[in-house]
Design a protein around this ligand. Structure first.
Ligand code: IFM
Length: 461
């Protein structure tokens, strides 16, 4: 191992004592046990089992076998010295058909999970939807059908009625950009649809489900902090030309504004509506008021910026942009440009445009695929990536932005969606043959940092 370790004590001193350090995962990516205790398939089980959708036809049947190794994994989280764990609840474990009878055994698993966190003094940050829509609901049109929003509302109410007393925080959705555009327009994620019309319907159903979910959560547990996790991108125009700058604005509205607008301003962006509004599903009276209920916090998942140029092709569909070259040629193993300053630019831009509540960085991390050698995983580039992004986060705090916590993505290597298991984001390595977990160099470093904040009592010098 090299000893190029950014000094964790110096970095820690730049954060307030109540800043939360955590690690994050999602149900489908780690749990496995896809048929256990009454769980039925989600759209991701079906998608992964179709040839050509996921690298190597990998699927979530076993994943990290977390469902069967819960206590050991909770001990692992505790051993990392973090104060919080962000996980998602699998809707198909709770309502295997999306609606219909509750599956108590599914709830029992999350009972054990939150109890296990409490017993170890770790805060529980739950996400209700991290992409595993019960497959039965696809029969009605999945996220393109308004009825799915009401199915989500019921699921949210049930989950919070049972678990809400021990949660520290709940998010309705993880990254609606992915479950809307990536899944229904670009076809990369389940259900693999490539239609603007389908995507526009999925957009409004998702926003409505968020609003109905917030109301249901508040009815069940009025004191439980509620938010949503979004993955906005900072958009840099490829040049200073008027055309590229206008393309950047359209891209902002399409990739960010369609979520931030309805949630934080009660309206979809005007440019988006004038281009595509006639293809949106009906927006019924009261929808936007529900969607824009005040939130207690929002979560930012940040990895890389987006660089765009104008696409002058006649008839190019909104936002009519094409990719512009990276500025930093350095990428992570998944091919994403490393550009930490975009995290700062993004937070400043979003706060200038919207009245935002407290922010948690609910995901940040890097894909690097190095393995175990002599019992050690030397993932220095991941360590550097995390340290640099934390340094930008500390700058933002110094500027007065309400950054309240940081969750490393991910606790451990896991099912990276269309990339299968070939892309590794963990600060803990997983050997998928033996299920052995090995804390990587980045994980040891992160532990040294997080451990300086025992229960949020760190005193900056
Ligand atoms: O693995 C995903 C996660 O599920 C959502 N945010 C991005 C991560 C890396 O691609």
């Amino acid at each position: 191992m090299t000893d190029r370790m950014p000094d964790s004590a110096l970095l820690a001193a730049r954060f307030p004592g109540d800043f939360l350090f955590g690690v994050a995962t999602a149900a489908f990516q780690i749990e496995g046990a896809s048929k256990a205790d009454g769980r039925k398939p989600s759209i991701w089980d079906a998608f992964a089992n179709m040839p050509g959708r996921v690298f190597g036809r990998h699927n979530g049947d076993v994943a990290c076998d977390h469902y069967n190794r819960l206590d050991q994994d909770l001990d692992l989280i505790a051993s990392l010295g973090v104060q919080a764990y962000r996980f998602s609840i699998a809707w198909p474990r709770i309502y295997p058909d999306g609606t219909g009878p509750i599956n108590e055994k599914g709830l029992d698993f999350y009972d054990r999970l939150v109890d296990g966190l409490k017993a170890r003094g770790i805060k529980a940050f739950a996400t209700l939807y991290h992409w595993d829509l019960p497959l039965t609901l696809a029969g009605d049109g999945g996220w393109t059908a308004r009825s799915t929003a009401f199915a989500f509302e019921r699921y949210a109410r049930t989950a919070i009625a049972r678990l809400g007393d021990r949660l520290d925080s709940v998010a309705t959705f993880n990254e609606p950009w992915c479950s809307v555009w990536l899944s229904h327009l670009y076809g990369i994620h389940a259900p693999g649809e490539r239609s603007m019309d389908a995507a526009l319907h999925a957009l409004h159903t998702t926003m409505l489900a968020h609003g109905l979910g917030v109301a249901a959560i508040r009815e069940e547990r009025p004191q439980l902090p509620v938010g949503i996790v979004i993955n906005p991108t900072h958009i840099y125009p490829g040049s200073d030309s008027e055309a590229d700058r206008a393309a950047g604005e359209r891209a902002f509205d399409f990739h960010n504004g369609v979520f931030f607008g309805p949630i934080f301003k009660g309206a979809y962006p005007e440019s988006f509506l004038s281009a595509l509004g006639n293809r949106m599903p009906p927006i019924e009276d009261g929808d936007l008021a529900l969607i824009s209920q005040k939130l207690d916090w929002w979560g930012l998942n940040y990895y890389t910026p987006l660089r765009v140029a104008d696409d002058p092709t006649p008839g190019a569909e909104f936002p009519a942009t094409k990719p512009a070259p990276f500025v930093n040629p350095e990428t992570t193993d998944i091919g994403w440009e490393i550009y930490p300053q975009a995290l700062g630019d993004l937070i400043r831009t979003l706060n200038a445009r919207y009245a935002l509540p407290d922010c948690y960085i609910t995901e940040n991390g890097a894909a690097y695929n190095m393995g175990v050698e002599n019992g050690v995983v030397d993932d220095q580039p991941r360590l550097d990536y995390i340290a640099e992004h934390l340094s930008v986060t500390a700058d933002l705090i110094a500027e007065g932005y309400p950054m309240r916590g940081y969750f490393a993505w991910s606790l451990m290597d896991n099912f990276e969606w269309a990339e299968g298991y070939r892309m590794r984001f963990g600060i803990v390595h997983v050997d998928y043959e033996t299920q052995e977990r090995t804390i990587k160099k980045s994980g040891h470093w992160y532990k040294a940092l997080a451990s300086q904040f025992p229960k949020g009592n760190h005193q900056p010098e």
